[in-house]
Design a protein around this ligand. Sequence first.
Ligand code: XMP
Length: 519
Amino acid sequence: MDVIIVLDFGGQYAHLITRRIRDLGVYAEILPYDVNLRMLEENKPKAIILSGGPGSVYEENSPQLSEQFLEYTIKNKIPVLGICYGHHLIMKLQGGKVELKTKKEYGKTKIIIEEPNLLFDSLEKEQIVWMSHGDQITELADGFKIYGKTKTCPVAAYGNQEKKLFGVQFHPEVSNTPKGDKILENFIYKIAQCKKEWKLEGWIDNSINDIKKVVGPKKKVILGISGGVDSSVVAVLLNKAIGDRLHSIFVNNGVLRKNEEIEVQETFKNKLKFKNFHYIDAEDLFLERLKDIEDPEEKRRIIGHTFIEVFENKTIELEKVNSDIKFLAQGTIYPDRVETSATSKASAKIKSHHNLTLPDDMMLEILEPLKDLYKDEVREIGKKLGIPQEIISRHPFPGPGLAVRIIGPVDKIKLDILREADEILIEEIKKAGIYENLWQAFCVFLPLKTVGVMGDFRTYEYICAIRAVESMDAMTANFSKLDWALLEKIGTRIINEVKGINRVVYDISNKPPSTIEYE
Ligand code: XMP
């Protein structure tokens, strides 16, 4: 299968580009910008895209390409497309001139396409594109042609057909560049001559066959189910591949949403007819350990460690009667595992299961059937597998659950207040038909008391904050401009129906600079 490699120069761009390329029908993978040539060769890329990034090519310590990189691609006739930062980098390496402009250009701009070329094939001469840059090319290297310019940017796109090097100053991967997909499509099909082979249709059969092959006819697999889409898809895939040889464990950690433990059991035991589904009610243990803990990282650590302990104990217990449990399956997806360059390294999350310390002789092998997929691809697969829509479209829910949505110490009283408020919010959002348009919507418990008045009485109760965000991948997010009437209804219902809350506020912060969750 043809592969396009996206080299990550930081920021959120590489994932966006990779997703766009896959949506267009070619498999794409991310590698760090400083990948060595041998590793690059092993991937046999049909083409390479250099992502944008927050740096300037002249900044000290800014990510650079190795000297041999372009020599290698030119010699092997591998097309390279530089986007924004990548666009500057190619030009600088090829002997052009890139200058730092004090005034940054940011936002929608009109670009005029110069002379016919494959990159902009079948596009009209004027295009709207999304710009975000400080550096600018002021002198073109020999052998390059200007493909496009804007009022302020003389080299907004360039190409060198012979060397197969191309660059665009703007971001074709974002939706604010309306014809961005067409430009990427031209690059992968007309310039790189890729075959359209990445489809999710055959993926399920291949994956089931792979699982069968790896697990063999007798061995068993253990899996932690969270109720979210990733672990549910893994569960159903494994169930199809090995049937009852899958043991799934669902731990109630005490910080779940209202009725979640009932709904998850109902889905897997009753609807999907899972036989070896093990429910563990560990609410008391978790809440006891979380008592009086203020620090969010400490809360996370306690929940993570306690989960591992409970999960391990159950695994050991199950293994006593099923000595052939040899695999631990996980719902790791592509963005979880990509080890990218400097900026994104810092945000890499390691799923807690990696820290299991089971007895040496158990030596469970890890199975990660979704490791190459993005969330929307996982949802697509889930749909094809017949997983109930309420699981597929479920908003992401953090592992530490409601504990990171209660500021400061967590206890059952606060949890129950938050659960009630959250249930009302979700119910109203679903009723309004906008649940699936939102990345996440949830309530947050603020342990601050303010004065209110109910009937003839003065009240002194807590504040509930409502967070509703739109996002593609949680790396950036905008608060949703919910309808006032809807917000009013939600606020009124929460104050009237949830004892303990007398004030509701709406969060209007974007990410960055804020995060989606509060802790
Ligand atoms: P932030 O708050 O960093 O969240 O903007 C980005 C996305 O990650 C989820 N999130 C977590 N998921 N464990 C998880 O499994 C965590 O500790 C955690 N913290 C944040 C969050 O819900 C959002 O979708």
